[in-house]
Design a protein around this ligand. Structure first.
Ligand SMILES: C[S@@+](CC[C@H](N)C(=O)[O-])C[C@H]1O[C@@H](n2cnc3c(N)ncnc32)[C@H](O)[C@@H]1O
Length: 470
């Protein structure tokens, strides 16, 4: 398989559907940055107000353990035992709803890891309801060494009626796929008091600057030269004679003078550092400078849980470059997609609600950024990154050996001739002929499974009391 796969979708695609099915059909290692803002397990159901741009959008955030969840749990148990243990522990300590929620998230996070390029990153937006369990889940999926930050975003002001410390923040968990990642260090502007204290001088054109030391902190024998009548400092200058000449020619050296305007060679020349050339402070992980969307804001769509564009701008600028691909699998009103378009990134979004696909168009139009067509899709993509695969029929002997003649559904031993090859993810849902997506089922199990996915099939076997459904 190639190290990086070309995406099997077009830039500016918004899918309507379950992100698990859709992501399973997307090529691996094809995305640079994933931002996800899934339901938080808040035990609330959300809907947009009638009359707002987002009217009609609704999503549930209540989770109960269904047979389907349990079947996915079984799938995780087979492939990711540590993840399985964590989800089970969350079920014991927090309850079944958390277990169910984490199963839903874990199967999707495993797909997201597969979709990221080796230098890619993922930002998961959550709150304290499930944040700590999600951190453990992500540690298992991405490896704890790839945990980069827990970002605290102050999303609102304090509530005066709060009975505890007022809950005003969301958490954003930031992971990279591997050791090296795309990173453009973000800087915050200096505080006003700092600027007033430090940048006390100004050129004739009003350009503010501060004065910095030009003497070397360590002995530099080759920097010991007299400069314009100023003797060299004990350890030498910080700059070579050529650099000093260039700085001087650029007007960047400040010279102390006496009252008559001649140089005061008992003091030292200093370097002018201009405020407009300073990057600011390296940014920390507490973000309290990005206000929520107010009721009058132009960007407000009425979509429940809409996030501000400035928040997505910051994440996208730091962890991707122009031309990179951004995926939001829980796109909502498409904030991440709109931000990505404005920053000249490629984007792809997925949401259960069809409202997302219309909102991305109307928002980009309002922004004046709808310069290219967007693509609405509801089908499940077919992966094209697996190379040319031999016909699935060629794998029957190998599968029979691997399964030791046991049907992968009812767990009964059958002779070779009674076994049929089944696509675990059905072909109609993007499942491929790759051997990893194939299993042998007896005729009865194969017709029971039909065109459904594995989780539903296993749940159905269990409901019928057929042995081996876990
Ligand atoms: C918290 S909202 C996202 C808000 C978004 N960040 C924004 O700024 O508008 C979560 C979204 O996830 C969607 N969703 C929930 N489960 C999903 C699934 N399995 N597949 C795709 N979308 C899903 C919901 O429809 C909802 O729009």
């Amino acid at each position: 398989m190639p190290a990086m796969a070309a995406p099997n979708w077009k830039n500016r695609t918004m899918w309507t559907g379950d992100n698990l099915d859709i992501m399973r059909g997307m090529n691996g290692k094809s995305v640079d940055l994933i931002y996800l803002d899934p339901p938080f397990n808040s035990n609330e159901d959300y809907s947009a107000p009638v009359g707002s741009e987002a009217a009609g959008a609704a999503f549930k955030d209540t989770w109960t353990l269904s047979d389907v969840d349990e079947a996915w749990h079984g799938e995780i148990a087979d492939k990711e035992p540590a993840l399985y243990a964590i989800i089970d522990a969350a079920g014991l300590s927090h309850g079944k709803s958390m277990k169910s929620y984490l199963i839903m998230m874990a199967v999707r996070l495993l797909e997201m890891r597969r979709l990221l390029k080796p230098t890619g990153s993922l930002y998961l937006h959550c709150d304290p309801t499930a944040g700590h369990y999600l951190k453990m889940t992500l540690d298992c999926v991405f490896g704890r060494a790839n945990f980069r930050n827990e970002i605290v975003w102050q999303r609102t002001t304090v509530h005066s009626d709060s009975k505890t410390w007022s809950r005003i923040s969301d958490t954003i968990l930031f992971y990279s796929k591997g050791k090296s990642m795309t990173w453009n260090a973000p800087y915050a502007p200096h505080a006003d008091e700092y600027v007033d204290k430090k940048y006390r001088y100004a050129d004739g054109d009003g350009r503010r600057y501060m004065l910095d030391n030009m003497t070397s902190p360590n002995p530099r024998p080759n920097m010991m030269y007299e400069w314009k009548g100023f003797p060299y400092p004990a350890k030498g200058w910080r700059y070579s004679q050529e650099t000093m000449a260039r700085l001087d020619a650029d007007g960047r050296v400040w010279y102390p003078t006496l009252e008559d305007g001649t140089y005061d060679t008992n003091r030292r020349p200093r370097l002018k550092r201009y405020l407009d050339e300073m990057k600011g402070n390296v940014m920390g992980n507490i973000w309290n400078d990005l206000p929520p969307i107010n009721s009058q804001a132009k960007e407000r769509t009425g979509y429940p849980t809409q996030k501000p564009l400035v928040l997505l701008d910051r994440i996208i600028k730091a962890s991707s470059n122009p031309g990179d691909i951004v995926l939001d699998p829980f796109a909502g009103c498409a904030t991440a997609c709109v931000a990505a378009e404005r920053l000249k990134r490629h984007w792809v979004g997925i949401d259960l609600s069809p409202v997302a696909a219309s909102l991305v168009v109307s928002r980009l139009r309002e922004e004046g950024s709808l310069l290219f067509p967007t693509h609405k899709r509801i089908d499940i993509p077919r992966r094209t990154d697996l190379g040319k695969l031999p016909s699935y029929k060629t794998h029957k002997h190998q599968l029979f050996g691997k399964q030791e003649g046991i049907c992968a559904g009812c767990r009964v031993v059958f002779p070779f001739r009674n076994m049929t090859i089944d696509h675990i993810v059905p072909q109609s849902k993007g499942g491929t002929d790759h051997i990893d997506n194939l299993q042998l089922l007896c005729g009865a199990c194969n017709s029971l499974k039909g065109n459904r996915d594995q989780a539903r099939f296993l749940a159905d076997l269990k409901a019928r009391g057929i042995v081996g459904a876990e």
